[in-house]
Design a protein. Structure first.
Length: 369
């Protein structure tokens, strides 16, 4: 994987408060995915189903009625745009729970259509390339609590709308991490066999990605068991924490597991992994691929070795299961580095999904509030 970030200033930023909901000022918090839905949309007849999915997800998460109504409108507009302008694609919806921060509902569309030549102009009311009223993207942006998009002519577009269950808290002017992720089950499976979680405690972030062996419910249960233990014991040293996960998974089919700690004050990343979870620290200086050892948590694991890597101020942390091919290249996406991490994860998933496995991609980057 080769990365060159020197050209990342080339695309104008169109984010609307794209980072505020992921800032953490508390001393103990965790971020956990709750529900998620993938919906293929190739025809306008599928748009009402997307609207229902968005409102159902919002209600299950306990969002206020006003936010649920917005979720339905956003899903309708995004789905319609996907058919009109993208030639069809996928809609991804997920809720992310915070122990202290407001919950987040993310509604996203991904396509490999013609793309948008001028992303700023496309957000202006009255601008259209399909003979419509030209209010779609502008309306979506106004309805959203946070909004971001990335498009490349000839390669497609990803649009991200985010709604919060409550007003986003005011944050202090401190360096912190912005976090996003995407999970996708293997085609034909009802549940994803991968899980992820993130926790901050004592000023340090910890991340877990687990990929249960195989696919389906049993794989999902193994990965969920790893995530449950992680959320309650994250303050342990990483080798001890991975050892505890290994013991907890003995009654399951097992999982590939990786855990990373980002210490912003110490400018350091610590990493332990067993199995085929990939990790990388990406910056303008290049990419450091992190080392995961052979084995399977819950089945067979030799002595755990912790590896440390430098954390530059402009770094991205990328963790992913092996449903994503390992040779992704950020140099092909000018300006993507500046986008919200969920959008970055979605672009990588769209373009590097192997197509025959569950996929999870977690992205974190440092921001100055």
């Amino acid at each position: 994987m080769e990365v060159n970030l020197n050209g990342r200033q080339g695309v104008p930023v169109v984010s609307k408060d794209a980072v505020s909901s992921q800032h953490v000022t508390c001393e103990s918090d965790n971020v956990t995915p709750s529900d998620s839905v993938w919906l293929p949309i190739s025809d306008s007849s599928q748009v009402p189903g997307a609207r229902r999915a968005a409102t159902d997800l919002s209600r299950r998460a306990g969002f206020p009625d006003a936010q649920t109504d917005k979720a339905g409108l956003i899903a309708t507009e995004l789905g319609s745009n996907l058919v009109k302008h993208g030639g069809g694609g996928d809609m991804y919806l997920q809720t992310i729970r915070g122990a202290i921060r407001p919950d987040v509902l993310e509604i996203m569309t991904l396509d490999k259509g013609p793309g948008i030549a001028n992303t700023v102009q496309s957000l202006s009311d009255g601008y259209s390339t399909a003979g419509s009223a030209g209010t779609g993207l502008g309306a979506i942006r106004r309805l959203s609590d946070a909004f971001d998009l990335y498009s490349q002519p000839g390669r497609g577009t990803v649009v991200l709308s985010r709604l919060f269950s409550a007003p986003s808290p005011r944050v202090s002017r401190l360096k912190t991490l912005e976090v996003g992720a995407i999970t996708k089950p293997k085609h034909g499976e009802a549940v994803c066999g991968d899980h992820w979680s993130a926790t901050i405690e004592g000023g340090q972030w910890q991340f877990l990605v687990a990929d249960g062996l195989g696919h389906g419910p049993l794989a999902s249960e193994a990965a969920m068991q790893a995530a449950r233990l992680f959320k309650t014991t994250c303050s342990r040293k990483l080798p001890d924490l991975l050892g505890a996960v290994h013991d907890a998974l003995r009654s399951t089919r097992g999982a590939a597991v990786a855990i990373a700690t980002v210490d912003l004050s110490g400018r350091l990343v610590k990493f332990v992994g067993v199995g085929n979870i990939a990790g990388a620290v990406v910056s303008a200086a290049g990419t450091k691929n992190m080392v995961s050892l052979n084995g399977t948590a819950g089945v067979e694991m030799r002595k755990v070795t912790e590896f440390s890597y430098q954390w530059p101020d402009d770094a991205l942390l990328v963790l992913h299961s092996d449903g994503l091919v390992s040779h992704w290249n950020m140099d092909q996406y000018p300006g993507l580095y500046q986008r919200h991490p969920t959008l970055i994860a979605a672009v990588l998933c769209r373009d590097y999904d192997r197509g025959r496995d569950d996929v999870t991609v977690v992205v974190a980057k440092q921001v100055q509030s």
